[in-house]
Design a protein around this ligand. Sequence first.
Ligand SMILES: *[C@@H]1O[C@H](CO)[C@@H](O)[C@H](O)[C@H]1NC(C)=O
Ligand SMILES: *[C@@H]1O[C@H](CO)[C@@H](O)[C@H](O)[C@H]1NC(C)=O
Ligand SMILES: *[C@@H]1O[C@H](CO)[C@@H](O)[C@H](O)[C@H]1NC(C)=O
Length: 417
Amino acid sequence: MALLGASGVAGLTALILLLVEAASVLLPADLKFGIVFDAGSSHTSLFLYQWPADKENGTGVVSQALACQVEGPGISSYASDPAQAGESLQGCLEEALVLIPEAQRRKTPTFLGATAGMRLLRQKNSSQARDIFAAVTQVLGRSPVDFWGAELLAGQDEGAFGWITVNYGLGMLVKYSFTGEWIRPPEETLVGALDMGGASTQITFVPGGPISDKSTQADFRLYGSDYSVYTHSYLCFGRDQMLSRLLIGLVQGQEDCAFDGVYQPPVRGQFYAFSNFYYTFHFLNLTSGQPLSTANATIWEFCQRSWKLVEASYPGQDRWLRDYCASGLYILTLLRDGYGFSEETWPTIQFRKQADGIDIGWTLGYMLNLTGMIPAEAPAQWRAQSHSIWVATVVFLVLTLVTVLGAASVQLFWVQD
Ligand SMILES: *[C@@H]1O[C@H](CO)[C@@H](O)[C@H](O)[C@H]1NC(C)=O
Ligand SMILES: *[C@@H]1O[C@H](CO)[C@@H](O)[C@H](O)[C@H]1NC(C)=O
Ligand SMILES: *[C@@H]1O[C@H](CO)[C@@H](O)[C@H](O)[C@H]1NC(C)=O
């Protein structure tokens, strides 16, 4: 009787432990949300992210719930009417709020980061830039979210956070191995980031050797590993800035817009090229790993078509149509002559908009960093916990078996007796 009782208790315990484990996997955990406005030079986008509350520090657990294009131009274009810059954000914000349960809204961290367009405006007229920040801060500050602030991102941060976004999305920062430990995937699998906005372009990657110009180095510690990336942001070398400077025949000259003389180690590893790199190459059908020679030939062929033929082949696409030839040529030149990709290293570049369902850009990396969701130290504790539940379950199951078998053999013994 005592043996049967013991086996019952052990079995029940195992069952409960299994259920606890299963429940944490199967039941929908509470979702948390975060909002980031990417205030670029040509337009602003809102990204709404969500993740299970109990898995806050995991890699790849954040998903993108909404990407919303704010109507109208970038906030830096509202210099003569700053209040409108704030108002322009309302539409997307309301779209995001619809997706967030009411009880969660006040707890939703919300950020606005401005990039090269505002960097340029601040150089031109810092009081106008201040007024625009004040206007967006006012609108977001009175909306029913947890607004953390609006700020100007340094070019270096833009590069580093883009790099973090890609590698987080691809699960390259930390992996859970078969043997039940968190491991750091080999450094060679880390992916470099090539970003091109309207007013600046960024290159960020882990070079093969030391970085000799420390001003181009960004160091951080993620999940217990130290990373040292090379990153540089070229102000004025974004697509729109470049095109307008080509138009006015002013490729060199402005002090802050230099390309030559910037230190860069040789490119190394895989690269993801996103934003305007992707949009242009997607339009030209060059995103499926074509060799450099094909990209070159395709772009030149496109540029030589008559405008009538181009218009006829792409009806209803006029807005950017005029620019694809120039931006295609510009991208070729930048990647080849600027960053030094060769015929051999060209195939390491993947032209992508997303990684694991997340639009690639600086926004996710920025939010993860500011909310402390990527801990500096390795996340040993959470797996250790579920690992011990697992061990306990196995121990209790074995105990149950032993007692049941024991009880059975005792009964057999009695029957024989
Ligand atoms: C995530 O990490 C932070 C700091 O390392 C810690 O305070 C927090 O409790 C962790 N959250 C979870 C869900 O493990
Ligand atoms: C900056 O903009 C303000 C407001 O538009 C204007 O009054 C001021 O003269 C400008 N300053 C410079 C240096 O252009
Ligand atoms: C992220 O934030 C921490 C401070 O919380 C900072 O020390 C670190 O450098 C940041 N990471 C990046 C890539 O900027």
